[in-house]
Design a protein around this ligand. Structure first.
Ligand code: ATP
Length: 274
């Protein structure tokens, strides 16, 4: 079980990205972190994989505190699907998935990159679970479509049998049909492998369709926490309004920047008439 116990994060410039968040996540299930840009989703997620430290409060995984001194345990138990995927383009699909065991492998195995047959079998199973056909196994990752590459990244994330999989905007660059298909693969992989998935999303409709639980954030605070069935039309409306407000704020900030240059240029008469 993953527990956030009264966790806050204040960055060095004074930005309070996460405010006194307390959450208990079950051992398995698909939990979506929903919220507008700047709500604190990535900060909360990066506190689980050790990239960001809480300023106060603690996070526990199966009773163990997630902190720098436990980095090895974090690497063994938590894996991440990044927006940029970080596949090795010239390596085959199979080899890319196999690299998912490297955080757990001994020094020599990671040096020679020899993978036992059981790992190769597991990689094939995972690729089939995420819906990639056998014919793709030996293709280079760079030859796949965006959606297929996303599936490879999902299979790789489950390769080391993690307890928690973090997915940062996994469908940000995909069209709606491919996004649904990829989210479905992610949810299926989580169910089959008994892992907890914590996935950040901007799109409420995907959250309502795929999540077992939605945690909506606003200005670093939990605004809603529950299953999609409890997310009433009123809560949805308020979330849309927050998103709208944020977009308007960003828009007015960027137009202010255009309207008011830092140093107004004084045009000399000669230059102007030239
Ligand atoms: N390293 C940092 N230093 C200072 N402020 C930061 C840093 N990282 C994030 N922030 C700020 O913390 C707040 C939350 O950011 P965060 O990236 O966690 O939000 P988010 O919900 O993931 O946004 P997005 O959906 O745009 O990725 C924002 O105001 C952001 O500008």
């Amino acid at each position: 079980m993953l527990i956030f116990d009264n966790v806050s994060r204040i960055y060095s410039d004074g930005t309070q990205a996460v405010k006194e968040v307390s959450i208990r996540l079950e051992k398995s299930g698909f939990c979506v972190l929903l919220g507008p840009s700047g709500a604190g989703k990535s900060t909360l997620m990066n506190m689980v994989n050790g990239l960001v430290e809480p300023s106060s409060g603690k996070i526990y995984l199966d009773g163990q505190p997630l902190e720098k001194k436990n980095l090895k345990m974090i690497q063994r138990s938590v894996s991440m699907i990044h927006q940029q995927l970080y596949l090795v383009p010239r390596l085959s699909v199979l080899s890319n998935v196999l690299t998912g065991v490297l955080p757990q492998a001994g020094f020599w195995l990671s040096m020679i990159k020899y993978f036992p047959v059981k790992d190769q079998q597991r990689a094939c199973e995972l690729l089939s679970e995420v819906g990639l056909e056998e014919k793709h196994l030996v293709r280079r990752a760079s030859e796949l479509s965006g959606g297929q590459q996303q599936r490879v990244a999902i299979a790789r994330a489950f390769m080391a049998s993690p307890k928690v999989v973090l997915a940062d905007e996994p469908v940000a660059s995909l069209d709606p049909a491919m996004s649904r298909s990829v989210l479905n693969s992610l949810k299926t992989a989580a169910q089959i492998n008994g892992a907890a998935v914590l996935c950040t999303l901007h799109q409420m409709d995907y959250a309502l369709e795929f999540a077992d639980r939605i945690i909506a954030l606003r200005d670093g605070e939990v605004f809603f926490d529950g299953p999609p069935s409890e997310m009433t039309a009123d809560v949805q409306k308020r979330l849309y309004a927050i998103e709208r407000e944020n977009l308007d704020k960003q828009h007015s900030q960027s137009s202010e920047t255009i309207k008011e240059p830092a140093q107004p240029r004084i045009v000399k008469m000669k230059e102007a008439s030239a």
